[in-house]
Design a protein around this ligand. Structure first.
Ligand code: HEM
Ligand code: HEM
Length: 199
């Protein structure tokens, strides 16, 4: 077994990072959207801090993921994939990377420029501020945090729709090669052939 990405599927490290990041994004988005409607209480600050600490954890994972992607490469496109589709997929994927990097950075900038109390990562250590208190930067961070989120949502919808389109209509291995081997349904015949082709 190789930790890197073989020619025909995503390796375990890429898969783990992909799905852990998906789970954390779901959690962060849910908490983020609830933040405005929480009644102010000691729990309120606890939930805020949980959102911020987990957002920074996600930032570290995204940096690791992009580093791993550059080091370990990607599997080859499935044989027969039109060039335009490979290009669109590649652009979408790099846009997703950019967005999941920009989301926590904008939140961190917003927090820093607000001049709020120090941010402690899960209460363990103080996180440095990205800027001194600054109304313009605070506004920029806030606006970016909100807008980038909705752009991310739109792109994720397209991404997930594409994954299911490949799985259900094209009946190819696009989704299966992002899933652990054990959970993989038997590949349709045509794809057994394609998997062998790319080895
Ligand atoms: C990928 C990581 C993150 C995601 C997906 C995310 C998502 C969200 C969402 C959906 C909201 C609600 C936005 C709205 O009002 O429409 C929000 C609010 C907020 N987020 Fe994040 N966030 C992330 C990381 C961070 C980080 C790292 C920080 C700070 C260090 C942060 C600080 C905040 C703050 C302070 C708010 C409240 C904004 C307000 O007052 O309206 N977020 N976040
Ligand atoms: C929630 C947020 C999600 C984000 C930010 C995200 C991000 C990404 C990125 C950046 C890649 C490209 C990997 C690379 O080329 O380096 C990727 C690949 C992939 N994602 Fe997601 N993803 C998300 C959710 C999902 C979901 C829910 C599914 C399935 C239902 C899915 C299925 C896939 C598949 C099958 C691939 C491999 C595509 C290929 O081999 O060409 N993703 N994802």
């Amino acid at each position: 077994m190789t930790w890197k990405n073989p020619a025909d599927r995503w390796g375990p490290v890429s898969q783990l990072l992909h799905w852990v990041i998906v789970l954390l994004l779901l959690m962060l988005s849910t908490i983020g959207l609830l933040l405005d409607s929480l009644p102010v209480s000691p729990k309120y600050f606890w939930v805020f801090d949980l959102h911020k600490s987990t957002g920074l954890t996600l930032l570290a994972l995204v940096v690791l993921r992009i580093g791993w992607r550059l080091y370990a490469g990607a599997p080859r496109p499935l044989p027969g994939t039109p060039t335009w589709q490979t290009r669109v997929a590649s652009i979408t994927h790099w846009l997703l990377y950019a967005l999941i990097l920009a989301m926590p950075l904008s939140g961190w900038l917003y927090d820093s420029a607000s001049g709020l109390r120090p941010l402690r990562w899960y209460g363990l250590f103080e996180v440095p501020k990205l800027s001194a208190p600054d109304e313009g930067l605070r506004e920029l961070g806030h606006t970016a945090h909100e807008w980038l989120f909705w752009v991310l949502v739109a792109l994720v919808i397209v991404h997930v729709a594409a994954a299911f389109y490949h799985h259900v209509f094209q009946r190819d291995a696009t989704l299966q090669r992002m899933l652990p081997r054990g959970r993989r349904a038997p590949l349709p015949e045509v794809n057994d052939a394609t998997s062998r082709d790319v080895r």
